[in-house]
Design a protein around this ligand. Structure first.
Ligand SMILES: Nc1ncnc2c1ncn2[C@@H]1O[C@H](COP(=O)(O)OP(=O)(O)OP(=O)(O)O)[C@@H](O)[C@H]1O
Length: 234
């Protein structure tokens, strides 16, 4: 079943066309990686899906609802982990979640449940400013998961994480069981391991749609990536 449908999405910033005529579909339960060189338009696509940016033209449907018309309903369906951790220092980790829960009318009991899920239950009384980068990222993930979204949008979730923390992060996502994930990443190995499919963007368009499950190794994917973005093999 198709959960997300992206139709001919274009976004212009003044005279710059960041993405042009981007179309793809995402099935319920699919994990999609958005790959591409710097400036290819990955974050622009993700921000539109996250309702943080409005497309110049084109449409996005999530579970049959058109994103710009039904923004509030769409927001119920998505959880977003962006570059900025969006945490309030000065509040404890638990209070950060409780504030978010109150604003969005989410059962307050969910806060301890998600703290547990991301392995921070015993750190709930700490101020996140005292957390490591990996812990802050996990707390942000907890916040994104509070309302039990059907779709998780992740912008470079592995950046700044060491190998151990990356593995922990993937294990948390597996344990949480969020069905549908779209992640922007420059990490071929982790993206290959985690995602079912890769969309390779180049200069604002989808250059290639790759089924990762049909490939045997990350290097096979990297070969396809290099061809898709016009890089010669050396
Ligand atoms: N708010 C903005 N105002 C003007 N130009 C923007 C804005 N946001 C993005 N752009 C431009 O749109 C293009 C696509 O940017 P985007 O951030 O989507 O690329 P990206 O693939 O995510 O790149 P990176 O891998 O470097 O994060 C770039 O040329 C960028 O400079």
């Amino acid at each position: 079943m198709t959960l997300i449908e992206v139709d001919n999405l274009t976004k212009r910033f003044g005279r710059l066309t960041a993405i042009h005529d981007v179309s793809f579909q995402v099935g319920d339960g699919e994990r999609i990686g958005l790959f591409g060189p710097n400036g290819a338009g990955k974050t622009t696509v993700l921000r539109i899906l996250a309702t943080l940016s409005t497309p110049t033209s084109g449409r996005v449907f999530i579970d049959g609802r058109e994103l710009t018309r039904d923004r509030a309903a769409v927001r119920q369906q998505i959880g977003v982990l962006s570059h900025e951790t969006m945490l309030y220092d000065g509040l404890t980790a638990r209070e950060n979640l409780q504030l978010h829960a109150r604003i969005h009318h989410i059962d307050i009991d969910r806060c301890d449940r998600v703290l547990e899920l991301v392995g921070l239950r015993s750190d709930g009384e700490r101020d996140p400013s005292t957390f490591s980068h990996g812990m802050r990222k996990r707390l942000s993930l907890a916040r994104a998961l509070l309302h039990e979204p059907a779709v998780l949008l992740l912008d470079e979730p592995y950046s700044g994480l060491d190998r151990r923390s990356m593995v922990d992060f993937d294990q948390i996502l597996d344990a949480v069981g969020v069905g549908t994930v779209i992640m922007v990443t420059h990490d071929f190995k982790r993206g290959f391991d985690f995602c079912d499919r890769a969309l390779i963007l180049d200069a604002g368009t989808v250059s290639r749609d790759v089924s990762l499950r049909s490939l045997t190794s990350p290097s096979a994917f990297i070969n396809q990536y290099q061809t898709a973005i016009g890089l010669e093999d050396n």
